[in-house]
Ligand binder design. Structure first.
Ligand SMILES: *[C@@H]1O[C@H](CO)[C@@H](O)[C@H](O)[C@H]1NC(C)=O
Ligand SMILES: *[C@@H]1O[C@H](CO)[C@@H](O)[C@H](O)[C@H]1NC(C)=O
Ligand SMILES: *[C@@H]1O[C@H](CO)[C@@H](O)[C@H](O)[C@H]1NC(C)=O
Ligand SMILES: *[C@@H]1O[C@H](CO)[C@@H](O)[C@H](O)[C@H]1NC(C)=O
Length: 268
């Protein structure tokens, strides 16, 4: 009996360490980009910190993983984090569309594995915070839509080091801190949008905020700052730590399992 329970626990730890994505493959026509071959993700992963370990689904005829150019997540506020590892399967992703997600923070490394990315549509989400580093590794991006979110703070250098004049579509409408868009803007128009974004959604000196507020948290009594520190501390519990934690738990369970297998009388 114990053995069975342990097996189930063990199996569910294994499952939370990795996950399989299921795709419905289809062709979609995107604004500016045109037709793309897309993986429409139908099983949205729940737990944080996961990396895609396998992808299932049947390709349209004569298509394979290398043809997949777009990822689409949509639905029900279930997705609460940005999964990693898609590029291992789909090396040519140029469009990502995420709608109705519970993602609250974009930490900045989410898009690093998609250097070909041209199109990011982030529509209806609980997003509050975007780090400056988000577009550091996506030099080809031309379409950015972040709309209908709870956005409050955006990294001061969000568009660095992009060539801003290539941005044909910048849509930040219906957000808590900003409601504005620029389509095919001139350099001046885009710069004035960027200044506006900095003014309305300030996230001053992001790196320093993290170190100084951690120090201050020992003495400060201001509730607002405390809440903020609390948020930051949550963010600091990195994915790596969570994985380490899971790994040691799985290791422990494996040891217990091994003991039971070699010594079945012990578990009576
Ligand atoms: C990965 O998915 C493919 C189908 O796309 C399947 O044939 C294969 O068995 C899966 N591999 C693992 C390790 O689950
Ligand atoms: C995100 O926002 C939606 C719509 O406002 C809400 O229903 C959902 O509960 C929120 N999710 C979280 C995790 O706060
Ligand atoms: C920036 O983008 C514009 C518009 O696509 C292009 O004409 C220009 O050559 C680019 N500048 C650089 C330095 O790449
Ligand atoms: C931006 O310019 C391109 C090329 O001139 C054009 O095809 C497109 O319709 C324009 N988009 C908007 C939103 O004005």
């Amino acid at each position: 009996m114990n053995f069975l329970i342990l097996l189930i626990i063990f199996a569910s730890f294994e499952a939370s360490k990795s996950f399989e994505i299921n795709c419905n493959y289809q062709i979609r026509t995107l604004n500016i980009i045109g037709d793309v071959y897309e993986c429409f993700i139908t099983n949205i992963p729940i737990s944080q910190g996961n990396t895609v370990t396998n992808i299932t689904g049947t390709h349209l005829s004569e298509k394979n993983n290398d043809d997949v150019e777009a990822l689409l997540f949509s639905g029900d506020w279930i997705l609460s984090f940005f999964p990693k590892g898609f590029s291992e399967f789909f090396p040519n992703i140029k469009a990502i569309f995420i709608a109705f997600s519970s993602i609250e923070t974009l930490y900045g490394d989410e898009l690093n594995e998609f250097p070909q990315l041209k199109y990011l549509d982030f529509w209806h989400s609980n997003l509050t915070t975007i780090s400056s580093r988000l577009f550091e590794n996506t030099p080809k991006i031309i379409f950015i839509e972040i709309s209908s979110t709870n956005l409050k703070q955006v990294g001061h250098d969000l568009f660095t080091p992009l060539n801003i004049t290539q941005l044909q579509w910048i849509d930040f409408t219906n957000n808590r801190c900003i409601n504005k868009r620029v389509m095919n803007g001139s350099e001046n128009t885009i710069n004035s949008f960027i200044n506006d974004l900095r003014k309305r959604c300030p996230f001053d000196d992001e790196e320093n905020v993290i170190t100084t507020t951690t120090e201050r948290s020992l003495t400060c009594s201001d509730q607002r700052i405390e809440d903020f520190v609390c948020d930051l501390e949550e963010h600091l519990m990195t994915k790596d730590e969570r994985i380490d934690n899971l790994e040691s738990r799985v290791k422990w369970l494996e040891e217990q399992l091994q003991k039971m297998i070699t010594n079945p009388l012990d578990c009576k």
